[in-house]
Structure formats: C-alpha cells, structure tokens
Design a protein around this ligand. Structure first.
Ligand code: SAM
Length: 182
C-alpha cells in the first residue's frame, strides 16, 4: 500500500514540475551551405548547451552519426537515438540507396510512466515540401518529438534553430490541444 501511495506521489510530483526542454535542429554537419549563414555549427558547443536543459533532442543526418557519437561519448553521455523515417522523400540521382531516415539523439525530460501511452522511438512521416527551407520538420514529427521527450503542457520549450517556426508553433498547438496530436 505504501509503495502505491509513494509511486502516486512521485508521479504527481513529476507532473507538477516545470521542465526546460530544448530542441536543436541545426544545419546538419557538412550542409551549412544550404542556409544563408553558410557557417558550420560547432556541435561540441551545441551538445554542451543542450546538457543544461532537463530534456533535449538533437536532429542530425545519418552520415553524421560517426561524427556526433564520439562527441557525446567524450562528455560521458550515451543518449537514446530515435529515428524519423521518411515515407516520402526526394530521390537524388547519385544516392542509391536513398537517405530516407534521420537520427535524433535525445534525453527525455521525464522517465516514461506506466500511466502514459508508450511512445515509439521512431516516427514515420513525409518530408515537408515548398516550405522555403531545407530541413523544415513536418507537424507529425513535432507531435512525436514532444511525446518522445516526456513533455507536459506546463513545460518550457526552447527551439534553438527556429527555421520556419513550425516546431514552436506545433508546441503551442500541442500544449493547448494535445488531443489533436493523439
Ligand atoms: C534545419 S533548419 C531548422 C528547421 C526548423 N526546425 C524547421 O522545422 O523549420 C536550420 C536553421 O538554422 C539556421 N542556421 C544556420 N546556421 C546557423 C548558425 N550558425 N547559427 C544559428 N542558426 C543557424 C538556418 O538558417 C535554418 O533556419
């Protein structure tokens, strides 16, 4: 009985605590020329910045896994790795097999609870087109991201690379009307 009461207390406490959560969607390593800044983002610095948050996620390309994993390991971090699988994507003539998924390194803000629906560590969603920005994320990805990070509506969300702003605007929709994403 005590165990049940204590578990409920811990769960209630987790719900009440406001977490600071960051999402980093920088130009992927080696792809800075696709953006006006034309400057590679220092991923070592970025990872250090992410560590200051309660929960975080970092999007990347699959070839950059070999660069990024050693950066995490050097700081003693072994993050979870999820996947965005792209049902529809652009096939480029010289890329066969096509690059049709992206890794996302993440640390949830809260441990998963039995009271919540289990979240898969992957999402299948089409890429966005005609958004005017390479790498803009689709809304399904965004809803999945917030679940993946164990977010609650009272949390603070920091979108470190705004781009089109779709991730931030999806957060506002998600926190105000979570069911829309469920
Ligand atoms: C992958 S996009 C972000 C996409 C965004 N998550 C979305 O869904 O629309 C990366 C963004 O970072 C910006 N950026 C590029 N280099 C940067 C730098 N050195 N510092 C800050 N932002 C940069 C780009 O202009 C672009 O808007």
């Amino acid at each position: 009985m005590n165990l049940v009461v204590n578990t409920m207390r811990v769960y209630a406490h987790e719900l009440e605590v406001k977490m600071k959560v960051a999402y980093a969607d920088p130009p992927y390593i080696g792809q800075a020329n696709k953006y006006p800044e034309k400057q590679e983002v220092d991923h070592v610095e970025l990872i250090a910045k992410l560590e200051a948050f309660d929960g975080w996620a970092l999007s990347a390309s699959s070839p950059s896994i070999y660069d990024i994993v050693p950066m995490f390991l050097a700081r003693g971090i072994k993050p979870r790795i999820g996947a965005w699988v792209k049902r529809y994507c652009v096939f480029k003539p010289n890329n066969n097999p096509a690059y049709a998924w992206e890794p996302i390194f993440f640390k949830p803000a809260r441990d998963g609870s039995r009271k919540k629906n289990t979240v898969r560590d992957w999402v299948s969603a089409n890429i966005t087109i005609r958004k005017g920005l390479v790498g803009a994320k689709p809304p399904e990805f965004c809803g999945w991201l917030f679940d993946l990070l164990g977010m609650e509506t009272e949390d603070e969300f920091y979108d470190l690379f705004l781009g089109t702003g779709i991730v931030t605007s999806s957060w506002e929709i998600w926190r105000n009307n979570r069911r829309k994403f469920e």
